[in-house]
Structure formats: structure tokens, C-alpha cells
Design a protein around this ligand. Sequence first.
Ligand code: GLC
Length: 607
Amino acid sequence: MRVAGAFAIALVAQLAAAQIIDEDWWKNTTIYQIYPRSFKDTNADGIGDLRGILQQIYHPDVLGIGAVWLSPIFKSPMKDFGYDISDFRDIDPIFGTMADFDALVEDCRKRGLKLVLDFVPNHSSDEHEWFIKSVAREEPYTNYYTWLDPKGFNESGSPIPPNNWLSVFGGSAWEFNEQRQQFYLHQFTVGQPDLNYRNPAVIEEMNDILRFWMDKGADGFRLDATPHLMEDQSFPDEPLSNDPEFTSDQWGYLSHIYTTDLPELYDVIYGFRDVVDQKQAELGRQMVMMVEAYTSLENTMKYYGSGDRKGAHFPFNFELITKFNNETTAAELKQIIDNWQNNLPDGAWSNWVIGNHDTSRVASRLGREFGLAAVIMGQLLPGTAITYNGEEINMEDTWISWRDTVDPPACQAGPENYQRFSRDPERTPFHWDNSTYAGFTTSDSNKPWLPVNENYKEINVRHQLYEGPKQPYWIYEKLIDLRTEIAAVQRGNLTTSTVGDNIFAFTRVLADDVLGWGLFVVVNFDYAEVTADVTSSVTLLQEGTKLFYETGTLESNYIYYQQIDPSSVTIPARGALVFRYIVTSSATSVAASCLSLLSAFLALINL
Ligand code: GLC
């Protein structure tokens, strides 16, 4: 009977799958962020490497992920762990060689995995050849960076910075260079001088770097820290933010109206897109360009393009990171999600990010159960889903002592305040299994560059794989399946709703003249389990139709394909449940009745 039921279900799935249009790969997939230092170490130096990625790339692949994005792997003195690049066209020896990169590209191709690289346009390393030549005023590099004379000299003869601008990581954004006798601008560490985007030669250099990596096999880029690309050329002091949370040497102390989000920067981004599109046409390979910009919703949307100029395929949607926390209510979450969707420009593709190497892990921000609810939403809301490595197994932040702290903003903040600024907790080694150092490194003498979380024996890939379906790994895998299996997850409309004060729900259904599976997700904001009538939240539900349980957070008690009456759904405390259901509409009455029959059949065999 069960086999017959599964067959019938598969039949309907087929019906739905036939509706899937072959859209650009970056639209319907999940993009998996690998933080290379922490993924897998194969040469026993305690730091992850490209061979490690190659060895373990089966992991995102078997999960059904379609693309990986690597945080920087380029030559770097590692002052900001790779975001300070001293040669944009070479691989850092810590990570391996160009041959290792080529091997990775080849393997990804074989697997059908896309490989996206990090592109860091705002700054180079102070060890980059351009900077060294710029210091020496060697042409054409003299104006590759932003150099200014001191405002004056203090009583002891020390040069005074040109203005009050602060580094994102704390302290002045200006550093005096003895040799050139001028200050240079660095919006991040002292080792990351800002490139000068008023200089067309710099733009051309960066365009060439994009071309280089696409020729090498990259399928696109994540653009780093774009709001910082340009600064006001009259270099005025920035006004105070008057935010009592920040002291005078911390970035939040000022309001960054002259150093971020300048209107001119979007043209640079659109220019990068032109370069990507040209290469795409030349190579016949669809590329993706995604932008990292922590800014207002209004500014974020500008990255999509303007008029006939195309911008990023999408700017990252950080709304579930910056606005969603344990104080958020169901109604507020509905508003956050609706607001993002409603503000998308016409034809723009959506996306959802719930974590990255700069943000406390979602399982720590929200708790393991509610964090998984966020993972579920991130995968099933409209658009591309982005996963930070470890989210698929519910990894948490690791507490790091001051002694073990290495992240520049944390070091800058000092022993009293480092925890507020540190990004080390979300960057600790990936948990593969329950062997020493969670299987991250082959070494038992060289410690990993950051400590491994003590919880690794429970929270690791191997353990979860063997423990079965109630584990985060399997829940995540099921979500990826749903993305590929159900057309409505790819192209369906989104309808959000709330039930009472504590339930947020959404459906994904194709436009109502189409027939197939609908998807229903329900999230409980209460700290207690609830049983609720959610019928009114299920769009285009036919009378009497049941919900088929697919998956849910750790505490869910339903079993796969259990039929649930929408008038009485039990949702765990801070949990989320995912169902599919048959969507019919009067416009497709003949087909609709076929499906009703099928659903009656399923009910009959009591699947
Ligand atoms: C981005 C990166 C971050 C880095 C910074 C400077 O925000 O994600 O890790 O420190 O840019 O490049």
C-alpha cells in the first residue's frame, strides 16, 4: 500500500516537476558559503586548504546544493584572514596552489557544481605591489589609493589625520606613511588601504581581475563591502551618531554619510556587471554576481540596477540577520519579509541569508530550534537561498578566550570588549565527525587556528548522517529536495499571514491557473507547544484537503507524509513545520478534479 502511495505521490511530483522552467542556475539553487580556513585541513598546519575543499566537496554536492562560494583564497598576509589581498591573481600558499584551484574547478564541473569566488574591490593589502609603488609615488600607481596630507602637526610633531573618519574595525581610518609623508585611507585594518575608485585605471585593473578568474573557471562573484567603495572628495568630518553604545574610537560613534553609500558607487557596480556579462557571452557560461552591502533597504535595492543598467543579480538580503532576533514577534517577522518582497524592483530576484562569517551563527542568535526555523524559512521563501557552512548541521558559535582571539576588530577592542566585536566564534573549524578536532585537521600536534567547539561530538556531519531523519542534516537535505521537487518553491507566489499573536505562516503556490503542489510553512513564536487551526493561512486549500507533513524542526512529532488536518496543527515551542498540499483552482476544474481524485486515493490508502 505504501509503495502504491509513494508512486501516486511521485506521479503528482512529476506533474509539478514538468512545470519547472529551466531558469538560470543561480535562481533556484542554494549557494553554500565555504570559509576555507575552517573547512578542512589536509596538510596538518591547522588551517583549512583547497585540497581539503576538494576532498570534502561531496558534502554540499550530496546535499543537493548547486553552487559553492569560497571566501577569499588569494595571496594575503592574512591580517584580515584573506580579505587583505596582496596578489589578486594568485592563490595563497596557506590554501595551496593554482593547480589545486584548477583541480577544484574540474571536480566542480564534473559534479555540476558552480564555483563562486569572493571579489574584494574596496581595498588591497598594504603588501600589494600597487601599494608599495604608490607609497614610492611610482606611476601609474601614485593615485591608486586615497592619500592626503596631514591636517597639521601636534605639539610633539606628530602628524594629525586629515579628518575624524573612523575604521569599521575601530580607531582612525587614516594611517600615516613615513616614506610618502602622507596619510592613506583604510576603512578596515591598517593593512587594507582603500583603493581609489575615482581613478579609472583602478577600475580597469579590477575589471581585469574579474576577467582573469572567469577565464580560470569561476562561475561568478560575491562582491565584498561595496558600500565603502567611494568617499566624499572634500573629505569633511563625519557627524556624530549620538549613539551612546559607542565610544569615540568605535565606528558606530559617527554617522557615515561621507564614507558609505555614495551615489557614484552604483555605477562602478553596474560596470562590474557589464564585465561579467561580456565574459559570460564570450565563454557561454552563465555567471552570477552577488553583492555584500549592509545598508538601508532603499540603498540595497539600488544594487539591482537602474534604468537600462544592470547591477548585481542580487544584493544579499540581510533582513533575517539584521532585523530578526528573539525579541521579534510573528507580526514583525511578517512585516520584515513582506517589506523586502514588496520593495524588490520589477523582475528582481529575491534571496535570503541567515548567516555568514561576520555574524553570530543562527543557531546561537536564535537558539537551536528557532535557528532551524530560520533555516527552513531561508530555504523556502522565494529566491536563492544562501547557506553558511555549518548551518546544515546546526553548528553554534564557539566561545573564544581573549588569549585565542585573532579577529582584528576584536583585538582592536581589547580584553574587556572583544566579545562584542569578535567574529571568531562563527569561524571555528567545521565539524565532520567525532574524532580529534572534529575531523577538521589531520594533525594532532598543530592545533586548529581557532578552537573547535566542545559540542562537536553531537553536532557533526557523520553523527547526524547515521542518527537519521530527525537530525538537522536530514531536515536540511529535505529542504533542498523540496526546492528542486516542487515548482511552487521555485516560482510560486508568496502569501504570508499570522494566526493569533504567535504564529507566522506562509504558502508558496503557483499562479492560480496552474495546478500542482503548494507548500505551507508554519512557525511558532511561543515558548510553549501550541495546537492551532491554521486553515485560513493555507492559500487555495480545497475543502477537506489535508496537509502532508514533510519536515520540521527538531521537536516536531509528526512523521514524513503524515496527513494533518489544517484545523488542528501542533507546532513545537519556537519550532517550524513544513507541509505540502494539493492546490487546485476553479480555472483548472478538469485537472483539479483529477487531483482531488488522486488525493482521495491517497486518503483511502491511508498514506
Ligand atoms: C566584508 C567581509 C569581512 C571583511 C570586510 C573587509 O564585510 O565579509 O569579513 O572583514 O569585508 O574586507
